[in-house]
Design a protein around this ligand. Structure first.
Ligand code: 7RM
Length: 643
């Protein structure tokens, strides 16, 4: 794992950086650790606009944290209004390109106008602070407009990634009891239309809470519009007022709920609030991305995931950046679309995932080499561990050995980046996330919470709450406590294994729970297992992650069937499609293996470790096969795998 190469910041980069050199990094880190109230309090005054100042910086009733208690602010105001009195008024806020090649450049002033109008549209539907809106859209500028309009009113939003199926969408709308769904007719992906409105219609059959659906016209294809419930965005927007003052919201007002996979079949509704979240995403734009006013910044994530919330919308706009958005697939119409976009818009900061990087490696250097990438000055990686070989390729072929790479470790629950180099300060080691950000007190411990020491593997934990930490799980504070704070007494348990080396650098080794990471998307084994057993042919299912060259992991399923005469080949195909229908196409299993029995412990728990070994070492070959001998393996391993 450890790599021999270490890359210190160049003096050219360091001399213009926001944080210059290790001494500055250490001073920031030390102040935040030793005097957190002073550190975060000063930062909050400097970085955010407040309608009313807080009475104290934080309050912790373990495991529940509050930040900037008593303060009043508004995320939309911070992302828009406060820039209008500055040189940023006519600066491009959102630089957008659609997959077909259409383009839009929206200034801060124009974005403010769009957001105020749409906020008035939402008001017109009776929405107010505390209500919930589910947003199911493609990557078009109206998606951030919808987020910011909700934030302006205090309507708690929940974005559901456009790749999720109607079933998954339904479960989220029901859990939130959302009053409104904001969607589009469709979205472009690889030249095909993703039919969003069809999925909404299917989901809403069983969602009585939803009174209104607002539909953006994007693809212009034929869709059904239900009288009284469905409204075109452009109709409601007609004549909407451009005046909409931002609500003065409490620091702890819930900004959004984002569902993420946990270790059960039911996704967790991660709740993020207002002031602390915004402060930390704003600060990390500077510490980690070293953002300058003249930069064109591009994060390639989808806004349906936390990376898009924090580092396409809220962090960049609060920091006054030009944030770029691209609607479609990286390989459409050709594998050089990303490099074309970087060249065309002279992108300076580029943030993507290891899965994307590995697929670029496979397509060949001729694609990036055909483009002028000299505008780039900083590269970023997120979502999964980046293997040193992919890191070196990214560094050489994309960054031309000039651009530092920030490998950013964080989670939906953490809201903002927790571990990453500050690029003008910290020497880089390929494959390591390097050092924690200010205020983040990490450690690697055993199950008793005892530090394991340098270079030993253990559980990655964070010992003190930070401003952007998830406050709770939607309507399930007990699960929040159990999941994150009770497994190891008194600390936040990340669910990742890690190692810290003698220089204090963190090396993330992957999940220790039943969460898989496919293309940087979080999936739970239980979620897929529950989907499989809903199929009439399936008796039992066990799902594990199988190492995959490009996507990091792929979904492998072991299935036992109910009595019947099944054609394994056809049923395997059908079950793969079934999972895509139940969850979304990104969750589609690579393999379905049929077996007579699943290996279990004497207390009946599926031995996923054993199944992981089988799919990893490939002792059982073939994609669709019968594993009669699995029961033998079970008996052999049961002795030393009991719970
Ligand atoms: C931002 C995001 C979180 C999980 C996390 C890790 C893995 C994320 C890195 C990483 C190694 C990284 N949120 N992970 N970033 N592993 N190096 N730089 O991805 O909630 O969807 O996933 O992703 O396992 O626990 S997430």
């Amino acid at each position: 794992m450890a790599s021999a190469n270490v890359y210190p910041p160049s003096s050219e980069f360091a001399s213009r950086a926001y944080v210059q050199g290790m001494d500055e990094y250490r001073a920031l880190y030390r102040t935040a650790a030793e005097r957190p109230e002073e550190f975060w309090g000063e930062l909050a005054e400097k970085e955010l606009f407040w309608f009313e100042k807080w009475s104290h910086v934080f309050e912790w009733h373990p495991p529940f944290a509050k930040w900037f208690v008593g303060g009043k602010t508004n995320v939309s105001y911070n992302c828009l209004d406060r820039h209008l009195a500055t040189h940023r008024k006519n600066k491009v806020a959102i630089l957008w390109e659609g997959e077909p090649g259409d383009q839009r450049q929206i200034s801060y002033q124009e974005l403010h106008r769009l957001v105020c109008r749409f906020a008035n549209v939402l008001k017109g539907r009776g929405l107010k602070a505390g209500d919930r809106a589910v947003i199911y859209m493609g990557m078009v500028p109206e998606l951030p407009v919808a987020l910011l309009a909700c934030a302006r009113l205090g309507v708690t939003h929940s974005v559901v990634f456009g790749g999720f199926s109607a079933e998954a969408l339904k479960a989220r709308i029901q859990d939130l009891e959302a009053q409104v769904v904001i969607t589009g007719d469709g979205s472009w992906r690889r030249g095909k239309e993703v039919r969003l409105k069809d999925a909404v219609d299917e989901a809403l059959i069983e969602c009585p809470s939803v009174k209104d659906v607002i539909v953006l016209q994007r693809t212009g294809s034929a869709i059904a519009m239900k009288e009284g419930r469905d409204h075109w965005w452009h109709d409601l927007d007609q004549g909407a007022s451009e005046v909409c003052p931002a609500e003065e919201l409490d620091s702890e007002h819930p900004l959004y709920v984002l569902y993420t996979s946990g270790t059960t079949g039911k996704p967790k509704g991660i709740v993020h609030t207002t002031a602390g979240y915004l402060l930390q995403v704003t600060a990390t734009m500077k510490w980690v991305f070293d953002l300058r006013d003249e930069d064109t910044y591009w994060c390639t994530a989808d806004i349906g995931w936390v990376t898009g919330h924090s580092y396409i919308v809220y962090g960049p706009l609060s920091a006054g950046a030009t944030t770029m958005m691209y609607e479609g697939a990286p390989d459409f119409p050709q594998p050089d679309r990303f490099w074309r976009l970087i060249e065309k818009y002279r992108v300076n900061i580029f943030y993507t995932s290891p899965t994307a990087i590995r697929s670029f490696i496979r397509q060949g250097d001729q694609w990036p080499n055909a483009h002028d990438l000299s505008s780039l000055r900083l590269l970023g990686s997120v979502g999964e561990p980046i293997n040193p070989a992919a890191w070196e390729w990214y560094y050489k072929v994309i960054g031309k050995e000039r651009c530092p790479i920030v490998d950013t470790w964080w989670q939906t629950e953490t809201g903002a980046i927790m571990i990453s180099a500050m690029p003008g300060a910290v020497p880089l080691k390929p494959g390591s996330g390097s050092l924690p950000q200010p205020g983040i007190l990490c450690d690697v411990v055993d199950l008793m919470g005892k530090p394991v020491g340098d270079n030993a593997e253990g559980f990655l934990v964070i010992k003190r709450p930070w401003p952007s930490i998830a406050r709770t799980l939607w309507r399930d504070p007990d699960r929040y406590r159990q999941q994150y704070w009770e497994r190891i007494e008194g600390v936040y348990m990340t669910g990742d294994a890690a190692r810290r080396d003698e220089d204090g650098y963190y090396w993330i080794l992957g999940r220790v729970d039943d969460v898989m990471n496919v293309s940087g998307h979080r999936l739970s084994t239980m979620e897929i297992e529950s989907a499989l057993v809903r199929h009439p042919a399936v008796a039992e299912a066990a799902v594990v992650g199988k190492p995959h060259e490009i996507t990091g992991q792929a979904v492998a399923c072991f299935v036992t069937l109910k009595k019947g005469n099944w054609n394994h080949h056809e049923l395997g195909e059908e079950l793969r499609k079934w999972v895509a229908h139940e969850i979304g196409s990104f969750a589609k299993p690579e393999q379905i293996r049929f077996t007579d029995s699943l290996p279990k412990t004497r207390s009946g728990k599926i031995m996923r470790r054993l199944l992981r070994e089988i799919v990893t070492s490939n002792t059982v070959a073939g994609d669709v096969t019968t594993l009669e001998d699995l029961s033998v393996v079970t008996r052999l391993s049961a002795q030393h795998d009991e719970d």
